[in-house]
Each structure stands twice: as C-alpha cells, then as structure tokens.
Design a binder for this molecule. Structure first.
Ligand code: ARG
Length: 544
C-alpha cells in the first residue's frame, strides 16, 4: 500500500489532471496537506483560482480518506486526513515489522565504495565520515530491498610499499610483532629515510619493481603489512558497529591485473593517446587528461578507478555506483566517470555518483588536528567522545553529528555538545526511545493492554500519528537523494512531537480506550525511532 500523501496525491491528480504538488500544511489549523493546484490551473485557463479550487473540491471523491477539503486564501485547497484513517494506518504500521518502509518495485544492485583507508596508516577523520555515511547508505538502500555490495577500496598498492619494505629490511624488523600504530611509525621512518638518503631512495624504487614482479620475500612482507592493517581497521569497525567485513575488501591491488589489458583496449580503440611518453585520455570539459599509464610505465590512482568501474559493472552487475570520500576528490571521480563513459565501461543506464563530504573542524573552526599539528586518528575521536559518555551513547553522538547536516557542509567536532541528551543530538533520540520503552514497561507492570488505536481526538495525538505515517516516504527520499540529514530531521521532529503529546495527553492516568490508544502511539513512536536510528547505524537502548 502506498503512503497517505501519495494516495491523496493520486486521487487529486486524477481530477485536476496535473500533479497537485502536495505540501505539508504550514499551520495545524490549515489541516494536514495543502495544494496550489487550482492556482496553477487557473492561470492556464484564465479563470478565477477560487472557482477552479471549488470545482476541483466538488469533483473530488475523498470521503474515505479526508474530511471535506477547504478552499482557502487566494485558492489553496486544504486537506485533513480523517482521524479514523490515521488511527487505522498507525495501527497497521505498528503491526508491520518494517514500520511502514515499503520495498521498491525495482530492486537494484548497488555498489557503495566507502571507508577505504590506506595500508600502514591509521584511519583518520576523513575515513570516519566515509565509514559512517557509507554504512548509513548501505542500511537505507538494503532496507528498501536493494542488493547492496559494499566495496572497501583500501590503498594497498603503490610506490610507498617500496620504501616500507626496504625500511623493514634495513632495520631487520620482525613484522610478526608489528601492529597498525607500529606500521604507521614505520611509514614515518621510511619517509624520512627516503628524503635523507639517495641510495635508499634508489633501493626503494628497485623494491617496487620486485613487488610488481612477484618476488616472494617482497610479496610476503607486503602481504603482512596488509594483514596488520586490516586487523587494525577491523578493530575500529567493531568499535564503530558498522557492517564492513573482510569480504567487502577489494583493494587497489585487486585491479592490478586488469590495468594493462584496459590500457591496451583504450589505446587500440583510439580513446587513449600517447602524450609526452604517457598514455592519457582527454575527456571533454576537463583541463587535464586522465593518466592511464605514466611515462615510466606505471599505473596510478586514476586508471585504477576506471578499472574498478569496469569491474563493478561487468562482474558485480552494478546499476548504481556510489562513492563516499571527502569533497576534494570530486574532480578525480568525475574524470574517472567521464573516461569510463567514453570507453563504454559505464553504460548510460548505470548511475555513478560521488558523494563528497565536508571537513570535520576543531574547536577553532579550522580542520581538526592533533596538538602537534598531525592528522587526528579516528580512534582518538572515539576516545574523545567516550570521555563524555558510555560507548554506545558516544558513538550515537558522533554518528548523528556526522549525518544530521547536509553532507557537503563542514562541521565542528564538539564532543561535549554532541553527547548532550537535549537538543538536536543522537543521545536525545536514544533518550526519547528509552522514554517510550519506560512508559510501555510501566504500562505492562500495571496490566495495561493495547492492540489498536480507537480514540484519536486530541490535536497532539493526531499530529504525532500523521508524522508516524510519514516515516516510509522519508526513507524513500533519503535513498533517492542520499540525504541522511533528512532522516535525522524527521526523527528529531518525531521526538519533539512525541514530547508535546506526552505533556498534553496523560497516558497511564487515562482510562481505556484512551489509555490503550495512547499506548499504541507510544509503541509506534518507539518502533519508528528504533528503526530510524538503526538506519543511521545507531543503537536504541531500552533504558538510559
Ligand atoms: N584510499 C583513498 C583515501 O584514503 C580513498 C579511496 C576511495 N575510493 C576509490 N575508489 N578511489 O583517500
């Protein structure tokens, strides 16, 4: 069954002939929804808007759904959903384990490329955002019935491994005893060594050649660095309660065997050209070409992403590919998409989109840094939030802060503010959920039963009920536009409407059927909060 507003919309369109562009009413006294359809039609017909509005109202047959619609102001039509219809809709929604989320008619295979940290480096704040946002997309799209394939495109290939492995050999380092933090220190030492010592730099370059040609000892050291890093990443994923596993890892190195054939294909078909010794593709609208193969014969970040697109379309069957990284990589992805389209690796009916996010700022409003000016690790951010709250609340605070603004915006990491249980925070929503749970426990202990909404007469009850019925369509919008902040806003509004309802409408102090009806509203609120929080990757505690 479709949502109440879309049912209403369809019926109006069948009379008016055009989309009524239904909007939520701006004030409760205007009903629940409003349309300016008569104003638009009147313009076309050269008639008076109020007359057109009245004609539409007279033709509409909505008695089973609405009160009699009202013509208002210059020719708006106001609609109020019947209380018994709202009551029945919320009752049905409560019995639905999916809380009114409808599966899509055309499920798609969707690849989401997120998290994607780099080997021998700890995850930093950019990876925090990518992981949280990607996990949310994964949950939302999966909930709608899409088949999501997570791809953790870790940086596990490239020239840096030459210096890393050469440094290990120089130091006689035992890789068995190294952890990710240790690997990162190794990275720093190798880098310093590279800058200081020309002969080391030369050996590092030879080491890259050995790695590429499959020299066993070199491969083994490389493999070990990946294992160490994955173990570190997985510890952080477990701490963050995200769904990524080793099965989702498809690092840069996995595309390595595909690069030479891809370069040949592009060159043979005249898409790529040799320019200054390098093989490049000039795409329309871009200042610089995509580098397919550099003049030294090496393959880099650009071509790896072109190969990844080809693989995701051909082998994984993707109909939509979503990339989650910080906004600064936007140009890189647009170029990779353009090249893949030119080559036919990315057919027109496959959507590729880069969701670039803003930066996390420190208290001074500048990009967050450690006291020493270094990059902040993801774990240290989790630690900072846990100074103010227990882990599951601290995590809710971070995730909500990350998701509740438009993703492109920068936001300030303020551990104290975001862990508060009041205001527009994750913990506030968890608290609202635990409050519903507490009321239901108290009701059960007093032997109160409920199974449907019979009475729904108070404005605060109706407001809450109407809002509850809008959950499913909200999730749909979030999936289409990839805008988690709309789900956050929805849930925050729900918690606010619930608070108003609870202030104005005594639940356990009233008699049945008012009491049982209100308990139903409490239970339906709890269910939508829990389901919505889960889509954000946030747990909903029964007690707080
Ligand atoms: N490893 C990269 C980084 O840390 C992100 C990779 C994003 N995904 C991709 N297919 N390029 O910035």
């Amino acid at each position: 069954m479709s949502s109440l507003p879309s049912q209403l919309s369809q019926r109006i369109e069948s009379v008016a002939g055009i989309d009524p562009e239904l909007r939520p009413a701006t004030k409760p006294q205007f009903g629940h929804f409003q349309s300016n359809v008569a104003l638009r039609l009147a313009k076309q017909e050269g008639a008076k808007p109020r007359d057109v509005a009245q004609r539409i109202v007279d033709q509409l047959r909505l008695d089973d759904l609405c009160e009699t619609p009202e013509v208002a102001g210059p020719g708006f039509i106001n609609f109020r959903i019947r209380a018994d219809v709202l009551a029945a809709t919320v009752t049905d929604q409560l019995a639905d384990p999916r809380a009114g989320i409808m599966t899509v008619a055309d499920p798609q295979r969707v690849v989401i490329d997120y998290s994607s940290p780099n080997v021998a480096k700890q995850m930093h704040v950019g990876h925090l955002r990518s992981t949280i946002i990607g996990d949310c997309f994964n949950r939302v799209l999966s909930a709608l019935g899409h088949q999501v394939i997570a791809q953790n495109h870790i940086g596990d290939w490239g020239r840096q491994f030459g210096m890393l492995i050469e440094q290990v050999a120089d130091e006689g380092l035992d890789l068995a005893s190294l952890d990710l933090a240790g690997a990162e220190e190794l990275y720093r030492r190798a880098n310093a060594h590279l800058d200081a010592d020309e002969s080391f730099a030369a050996r590092a370059r030879e080491r890259v050649v050995k790695l590429q040609s499959g020299d066993p000892a070199t491969r083994q050291a490389w493999q070990r660095l990946i294992e160490i890093s994955l173990a570190g990443f997985n510890r952080t994923y477990a701490r963050m309660n995200v769904k990524l596993t080793d099965a989702d890892v498809a690092g840069e190195s996995s595309y390595n065997p595909l690069l030479a054939p891809l370069a040949d294909d592009l060159e043979r078909r005249g898409i790529a050209k040799v320019d200054d010794g390098a093989l490049v593709v000039f795409a329309q609208g871009f200042d610089a070409p995509a580098i397919i193969r550099n003049s030294a014969g090496g393959y880099g970040y650009d071509v790896t992403d072109v190969a990844a697109i080809r693989y995701r379309v051909d082998e994984l069957g993707a109909r939509r590919i979503i990339y989650v990284t910080d906004a600064r990589q936007h140009h890189h992805f647009e170029l990779a998409f353009a090249v893949a389209r030119m080559a036919g690796y990315l057919p027109d009916d496959v959507v590729a989109e880069h969701v670039g996010f803003g930066m996390v700022l420190g208290p001074g409003g500048t990009p967050i840094k450690t006291r020493e000016g270094g990059t902040v690790t993801l774990d240290s951010l989790l630690d900072a939030a846990e100074e103010h709250a227990v882990p599951e609340i601290a995590l809710a605070a971070i995730k909500y802060a990350d998701l509740s603004n438009s993703l492109q915006k920068d936001y300030v990491f303020d551990a104290e503010r975001m862990t508060q249980t009041t205001g527009d925070t994750g913990p506030y929503l968890q608290y609202a959920h635990s409050r519903c749970a507490g009321i239901l426990r108290e009701g059960a202990s007093r032997g109160r039963h409920f199974d449907h909404i019979e009475v729904l007469s108070e404005p605060a009850e109706q407001e809450l009920a109407l809002w509850l019925t809008r959950f499913g369509e909200t999730v749909q919008v979030v999936a289409d536009d990839l805008t988690p902040h709309k789900l956050c806003t929805y849930l925050f509004e729900l918690a606010t409407k619930f608070s108003t309802f609870y202030e104005q409408c005594p639940v356990l102090k009233s008699e049945d059927p008012v009491c049982s009806s209100r308990l139903c509203l409490v239970a339906a609120t709890k269910q939508v909060l829990a389901t919505g929080l889960d889509l954000l990757g946030i747990v909903a505690p029964e007690r707080m």
